[in-house]
Design a protein around this ligand. Structure first.
Ligand code: NAD
Length: 547
């Protein structure tokens, strides 16, 4: 920790007034060791497809730095086994009526709400995030379970379309499951990004082979157990665990479709491998998201929300705000409010509610965060709040940090930090703000603050991001699970949620039945006469406004 502590000291602002020191949250709750005993680890780890005498990799509890669990590692051969097992049970599952499959999701919804404390303990133990932020995952998964539990039938039912020849051709669009989905998920939202994204795949009739990040595999395995309790056939959800660059490609190699969430760098590799096999992929990748605070914004609400926007899950949230664009006329007032709230955030890691922000997940995340802040400060940026590691609280804690005076050559300006760090920029005109917000290859999420809702939506239309929240940070768009969520540009391909979020797990099949008249010369017409009759028919159909 010596280097990181030194980095923390180096980031003290010169002459900017003290950014203060965040208070520690009151302790409380169970210890990680009590919440995740060896018997629980053994029970959950039995759900990993790992044959023979697998090697075991230890995970660490970020809150304390202590060993959390030893997890058996799958090999590429195990991945093959997992796909075989999944393929064996998938056809029977797909043959069930959609409503029977959807009922599993609705039962899962109820079980999850009832047993949420088990999930919250595991999420906190594996990620180090505050309990409130862990609860956001429960919320997101419950919303998705209810939505697809209720709406899947409508999304998946056969749809009639106008045929080639009105009345004489009947066309039906049917949805068939892809088969076995390869589902690769990161560590930052281990419940939401494992089971939350798998639910629409299951209800569409697929099996899933999931590779969670090893660090957060227990949460995914717990969700699997709960879904089985809700009625999912056990072999339908296979979990493989192992080194990403080895096991990830093995999953892509066997999948009928790939659902990937993670970094843009890995996403490119996954996309290339999927493309080589001609299987589809949805990619939910990184971001460098902006919040725009216009001159007419409610500054108290905006400042309050900016805290959630930037520091939920210690900023390790793909839709987190890392760039704050504030109208010059209100910047001082807004920043005073925002910085005061940020400095007051209570940091801590008990497995109980009460902390406003928890720990980063790993030494790697701490290193990136410290480096971005340290480098920016050395190059002239000012720390308005936070700016240092807090080894007194736990090995990977870093204070919620606001940087001012950030310039393009600093890494923090354009690179995703994925930590609790936000940079402030001032603008004079709306056009300037929109240009600045769009000046990134990413395009995941943005937030606009104005008292004029219509103006907010008009600005949203000019922002190149998959979601825009007007007078909210991310929860409004993410929680609206009937609407698609995902990234433009380097933030990804495809969408979760809504129709796109489930139809991606299906193949469209058109079944067209022809009656009486062939679509070819007939009834004694020669080719020329056929062409003339059909040309006349085309004119009539257009005049009658057929689509
Ligand atoms: P990562 O890309 O390193 O890893 C993601 C997953 O891919 C892990 O399970 C990992 O083991 C696996 N993996 C690693 N190499 C692989 C390979 N070559 N082939 C296949 N799989 C491989 O990302 P991370 O650091 O775990 O997650 C953080 C990133 O995820 C951030 O960039 C964040 O913005 C992004 N993210 C995006 C969303 C979204 O919805 N857009 C949500 C959460 C996180």
């Amino acid at each position: 920790m010596t280097d990181l502590t030194a980095a923390a000291t180096a980031t003290e602002p010169a002459g900017a007034g003290s950014p203060g020191r965040n208070p520690a949250a009151p302790g409380g709750g169970r210890t990680v060791a009590a919440a995740v005993p060896p018997a629980l680890v053994a029970r959950l780890a039995a759900g990993i497809t790992a044959t023979g005498e697998p090697s075991v990799v230890d995970t660490v509890a970020p809150l304390t730095g202590e060993r959390l669990a030893g997890l058996p590692q799958s090999t590429p051969a195990d991945v093959e086994v997992a796909f075989e097992l999944a393929r064996r049970v998938q056809p029977a599952w797909a043959a069930l009526p959609v409503r029977r499959r959807a009922a599993v999701l609705l039962r899962f919804h109820d079980l999850l709400i009832k047993r949420q404390d088990e999930a919250l303990d595991l999420i906190q133990a594996e990620t180090g995030k505050a309990r409130l932020h862990a609860f956001e995952e429960v919320l997101a998964v419950a919303l998705a379970a209810r939505h697809y539990g209720r709406a899947a039938h409508g999304y998946l039912r056969d749809k009639r379309h106008g045929g080639a020849l009105p009345v004489l051709t009947q066309a039906i669009e049917a949805r068939r499951p892809k088969g076995v989905i390869g589902h690769i998920s990161p560590w930052n939202y281990p419940l939401e990004l494992s089971v939350g994204d798998a639910l629409p795949a299951f209800v569409a009739g697929n099996a899933v082979v999931n590779k969670p990040d090893t660090q957060t595999a227990l949460t995914a395995l717990w969700a699997r157990e709960l879904l089985i309790e809700a009625g999912l056939p056990a072999d339908l959800w296979q979990v493989v665990v192992g080194d990403g660059p080895v096991i990830g490609p093995a999953v892509v190699e066997h999948a009928d479709y790939v659902s990937f969430t993670g970094s843009t760098r890995t996403g490119r590799d996954v996309a290339q491998r999927a493309a080589a096999r001609l299987v589809g992929a949805s990619l939910e990748l990184g971001g460098k998201n902006a919040m725009l605070v216009l001159a007419d914004a409610d500054l108290d609400r905006a400042a309050e929300c900016a805290v959630r926007a930037c520091f939920s899950s210690a900023g390790q949230l793909c839709i987190s705000i890392e760039r704050l664009l504030v109208h010059r006329s209100v910047a001082d007032e807004f920043l005073a409010k925002f910085a005061a709230r940020t400095r007051a955030l209570r940091l801590g890691g008990g497995l109980a509610y009460g902390a406003d922000m928890g720990s980063l997940v790993s030494a790697r995340q701490l290193e990136t965060t410290s480096r971005h802040v340290e480098e920016a400060v050395k190059a002239g940026a000012t720390v308005l709040a936070g700016g240092r590691a807090r080894p007194d609280l736990g090995p990977y804690f870093f204070e919620p940090t606001i940087l001012d005076g950030v310039t393009p050559e600093m890494s923090v300006c354009g690179e995703e930090t994925f930590g609790p760090v936000v940079s402030v920029y001032r603008f004079d005109t709306e056009g300037e703000a929109v240009t600045a917000a769009n000046s990134t290859p990413y395009g995941l999420n943005s937030s606009v603050w104005t008292r004029d809702g219509r103006r907010g939506r008009a600005i949203a239309a000019r922002l190149r991001t998959g979601t825009v929240n007007v007078n909210e940070a991310y929860g409004a768009a993410y929680g609206s699970v009937g609407s698609p969520m995902g990234g433009m540009g380097e933030s990804g391909l495809g969408r979760r949620h809504g129709a796109e979020g489930i139809l991606r797990f299906t193949e469209a099949q058109t079944i067209a039945s022809q009656r009486l008249v062939p679509i070819a010369p007939a009834f004694g017409l020669d080719d020329k006469q056929f062409a003339a009759v059909f040309s006349g028919g085309l004119r009539v159909l257009k005049a009658l406004r057929f689509k």
